[in-house]
Design a protein around this ligand. Structure first.
Ligand code: PGA
Length: 227
């Protein structure tokens, strides 16, 4: 199982160093992947690393962007593409996400493509249709690349809300994604330690994308110990 810890834009230097210090005695677990703020990535260089976003451009004159190749040179192996917060606040569309994914593949990193439906789509029964459209980003690449990617299924209505998806439904959706892509599939949305335990039994689920819980260092320590 993979556990990707998305700390989003949280923490100051002082706070992250305190957090980091508490993790220090723990052994490295390659399947526990840290995605801190870009500026704090070097503080986690002894862990597996993921970037929360990447530039759609290569290295060059693109002020403020973080190129996949630069990130890879820091030891970053994974890059998140299309998190719902980026789709909402930065208007990211499939065309842009394809460019980002191409940069990630070119840098030899693994893309984590986030997909998920809104509450409205969920209530209207449109989930699979929405996911199908979002998966077009992956389908624009040759089929042999699909299994190199990771798909993170994150229903928008479950992100940061405390609402967690029903086990049966998650099983159905992860199977739907896996049958089409052959990719590894993660779930994200208000994950806590107890839910990890319940969901781990789903055969088509390969891990979790974890937001809020990743800020609680004591929970993260427990996660690493059991990972
Ligand atoms: P959450 O965030 O665990 O706080 O719901 C998940 C995510 O945004 O990736």
């Amino acid at each position: 199982m993979l556990y990707v810890l998305n700390q989003k834009s949280h923490f100051t230097k002082q706070e992250i160093l305190k957090y980091r210090q508490k993790l220090s005695p723990l052994p490295l677990k390659e399947n526990v992947i840290f995605a801190p703020s870009m500026c704090f990535l070097p503080f986690f260089e002894d862990f597996s690393l993921c970037a929360q976003d990447v530039s759609p451009f290569p290295t060059g004159a693109y002020t403020g962007e973080e190129a996949a190749k630069s990130l890879a040179s820091l030891g970053v192996s994974y890059g998140i593409v299309g998190h719902s917060e980026r789709r909402t606040y930065f208007n990211e569309n499939n065309e842009l996400l394809e460019q980002k994914m191409a940069q990630i593949f070119n840098a030899g990193m693994t893309p984590i493509l986030c997909i998920g439906e809104s509450l409205e789509d969920y209530q209207q029964g449109n989930t699979k249709e929405v996911l199908q459209k979002q998966l077009q980003v992956l389908f624009s690449f040759p089929q042999e690349m699909w299994k190199k990617a990771i798909i993170a299924y994150e229903p928008i209505w479950a992100i940061g809300t405390g609402k967690v998806i029903d086990v049966k439904l998650l099983e159905e959706i992860t199977l739907f994604i896996k049958q089409q892509t052959g990719s590894r599939v993660l779930y994200g949305g208000s994950i806590q330690l107890t839910k990890i335990h319940d969901f781990q039994k789903i055969p088509t689920l390969d891990g979790f994308l974890i937001g809020g819980m990743s800020l609680q260092v004591d929970d993260v320590i427990q996660l690493i110990q059991n990972a």
